[in-house]
Design a protein around this ligand. Structure first.
Ligand code: NAD
Length: 479
C-alpha cells in the first residue's frame, strides 16, 4: 500500500523520517491506507511555511478570501460522493449520514464565505480632532487540531473561519481518520493558494499535536477534542501565551418534564443519541425524567433504540455503524460495566451484535441504562458512545441542581408543553447552548461550551469568525 504524503508549503511530502502508519476500516478491522507519520521536524517545516505565507495572505482583500472559500465549497460539492464513501470506509459513518455530513460541510464553508464579508470593526468615540477605530486583524499562524468523530466537517468548520479572516494554518486531522484529512488536503491543494497558506500534517496527537501546540511561531490553537487533551494543549501553549479556541467534552443533561410530548422527545433524543454511534459531543449524556412519566418515556426510548438498524455502513438502510476503533469500543464497554456494577440496569443493548457479518468490526448495540443515579461515574463522565443513561427525578429544584452539578457545560435541553416554564429552566441551566423541545445545529448558530470544562470560545456563525481575529486600536490625531 502506497504511503499518502502530507501537504506542506505547497508540496506533497513524505515524513522526513520516512515513517508511516496504517488506518483501519472500523466495520471490518481491515487496513485501508498508509499515511505519513510526521515528526517535530515536519511540524517545524509546516509552521515555517505558514509563517512565510502570512504577510501576503493577510493582505488579500476580504472579497478575494471569500471567493476562495466559495470555490472550496463548490469543490466539496463536486467531490461529495468520494468524500462520503471515504468517511464511511474510514470512520464507519453510515453512507446516508456521510452524504448529509458532506453537504453540511459545504454549506458551512459557503455560509462562512458570505458572512465574513460583513465582519466589521468599530468606531471608538474619544475627543474632537482624534479619530480612533478598532480594526479586526488576523491572529497569525493557526494550528487547527481536530477530532475523529465527524472528521471532514470538523476540518471545514475550523479552516473556513481561519482562512476567511486572513490567517495561515497548519492542520492536524485525527490519526485514525487521516485518509479523510488527506482527501481534505487534496481539495485545499486544488485551490492553488500561495504555498504555505494551508498545510496539513498527519500523525498522533501526543507527538504531532503537542509539537504544534507548543510551537513558538504558532499564535492560535483551534482545538476540538476531549477535555483531558484540552488541558495538555493549554499547558503546552502557555509558555508562549497562545490564543486558544477549544471545543471540548460534554455530559449533556436533557430534562423530560411531566407534560412533555413523550413520543416526540423519545424519537428526537434517540436519533441524537444513536446517530454516529453516539460519538457526538452534543449527544444527550444524561436523561432526567420526571418520576410520573419515567416508565412511559423509557418504554418509548427503548422501542426507538431497538428500531435502530445497526450494520454495514455502506448499506443505505444502515442507521448506526461501528464505533471508530477497538480501543474506543472497549472504553464504552467499560463504562457500561461500571454503570452495572454501581447498580444501574440494562433496559436494552449492552452487547456486541450477534450477526456473523459484524463480528470483525467494532460494533455495539444501542444501549439504554436505567436506574442510573446522579453520583454514579456513568452519570458524570462522558461516554461518547451509543449509551443512553436515564435518571429519575421528583422536583424542579432537584433536577436543576443535578443537571448543573457537572464539570461540563456544553449543551442541555428541556422537553415540556409549557414553553414559558421551559424558558425559565433554560435560563437556569449552565450550558453554552440550551434547547427547548428540540435539539439542532445550523451554520448560523454559534456552538460550543465556553462554560466550565467544555471549552473556550464559540465555533460557527459570525461569532466563531471573530474568534480568529484580534481587535487592533488605531488612533489618529487629525487637527
Ligand atoms: P482527543 O482529545 O483524543 O483528540 C482530538 C485531537 O487532538 C486529535 O487530532 C488528536 O490526535 C489530538 N491530540 C491528542 N492528544 C494530543 C495532545 N497531547 N496534544 C495535542 N493534540 C493532541 O479527542 P477525540 O477522541 O478525537 O474526540 C472525542 C472528544 O472530542 C470527546 O470528548 C468529544 O466531546 C470532543 N468533541 C467536542 C466537540 C465540541 O464541539 N465541543 C465536538 C466534537 C468532539
Amino acid at each position: 500500500m502506497q504511503t499518502q504524503p502530507m501537504w506542506i508549503g505547497g508540496r506533497w511530502l513524505p515524513a522526513r523520517s520516512g515513517r508511516s502508519f496504517a488506518t483501519i476500516n472500523p466495520a471490518t478491522g481491515e487496513r485501508v491506507g498508509e499515511v505519513a507519520l510526521a515528526g517535530a521536524d515536519d511540524v517545524d517545516a509546516a509552521v515555517a511555511a505558514a509563517l512565510a505565507a502570512l504577510p501576503a495572505w493577510s493582505r488579500t482583500s476580504q472579497a478575494e478570501r471569500s471567493r476562495v472559500l466559495a470555490r472550496f465549497a463548490a469543490s466539496i460539492r463536486e467531490h461529495a460522493e468520494a468524500i462520503a464513501q471515504l468517511e464511511s470506509i474510514e470512520h464507519g459513518t453510515p453512507i446516508s449520514d456521510a452524504r448529509h455530513i458532506v453537504a453540511w460541510a459545504a454549506d458551512l464553508v459557503e455560509y462562512t464565505a458570505s458572512v465574513s464579508r460583513s465582519l466589521m470593526g468599530s468606531h471608538v468615540p474619544t475627543q474632537p480632532g482624534v479619530v480612533s477605530y478598532l480594526q479586526r486583524v488576523p491572529v497569525g499562524v493557526c494550528a487547527l487540531i481536530t477530532p475523529w468523530n465527524v472528521p471532514f466537517i470538523m476540518m471545514a468548520v475550523k479552516l473556513a473561519p481561519a482562512l476567511a479572516t486572513g490567517n495561515t494554518c497548519v492542520m492536524k486531522p485525527p490519526s485514525v481518520n487521516s485518509l479523510t484529512g488527506l482527501k481534505f488536503a487534496k481539495l485545499v491543494a486544488a485551490l492553488e493558494l500561495p504555498p504555505g497558506t494551508v498545510n496539513i500534517v498527519t500523525g498522533p496527537g501526543g507527538s504531532v499535536g503537542t509539537a504544534l501546540a507548543s510551537h513558538p511561531d504558532v499564535d492560535l490553537v483551534g482545538f476540538t477534542g476531549s477535555t483531558e487533551t484540552g488541558r495538555s494543549i493549554m499547558a503546552a501553549a502557555s509558555p508562549t501565551i497562545k490564543k486558544l479556541v477549544m471545543e471540548l467534552g460534554g455530559k449533556n443533561p436533557f430534562i423530560i418534564l411531566p407534560d412533555a410530548d413523550l413520543d416526540r422527545a423519545a424519537k428526537l433524543l434517540a436519533f441524537r443519541q444513536f446517530n454516529n454511534a453516539g460519538q457526538h459531543c452534543s449527544s444527550p449524556g444524561r436523561y432526567y425524567v420526571h418520576a410520573s412519566v419515567h416508565d412511559a418515556f423509557v418504554e418509548r426510548l427503548v422501542a426507538a433504540a431497538r428500531g435502530v438498524a445497526v450494520g454495514d455502513p455502506s448499506d443505505p438502510k444502515t442507521a448506526m455503524g461501528p464505533l471508530v476503533s477497538a480501543e474506543h469500543r472497549a472504553h464504552v464497554e467499560r463504562c457500561i460495566a461500571s454503570g452495572l456494577a454501581d447498580g444501574a440496569r440494562l433496559a436494552c443493548g449492552g452487547q456486541r451484535p450477534s450477526a456473523p457479518a459484524l463480528q470483525a468490526g467494532f460494533f455495539l448495540e444501542p444501549t439504554v441504562l436505567v436506574d442510573v443515579r446522579h453520583e454514579m461515574a456513568v452519570a458524570r463522565d462522558e461516554i461518547f458512545g451509543p449509551v443512553a443513561c436515564v435518571l429519575r427525578y421528583e422536583s424542579d429544584d432537584e433536577v436543576l441542581r443535578q443537571a448543573n452539578d457537572s464539570d461540563y457545560g456544553l449543551c442541555a435541553g428541556v422537553f415540556t408543553r409549557d414553553v414559558a416554564k421551559g424558558l425559565r429552566m433554560a435560563g437556569e441551566l449552565r450550558a453554552g447552548s440550551v434547547f427547548v423541545n428540540t435539539h439542532m445545529l445550523t451554520p448560523e448558530m454559534p456552538w460550543g461550551g465556553g462554560i466550565k470544562q467544555s471549552g473556550l470560545g464559540k465555533e460557527g456563525s459570525i461569532v466563531g469568525l471573530e474568534e480568529f481575529t484580534e481587535l487592533k486600536l488605531i488612533c489618529v490625531e487629525i487637527t
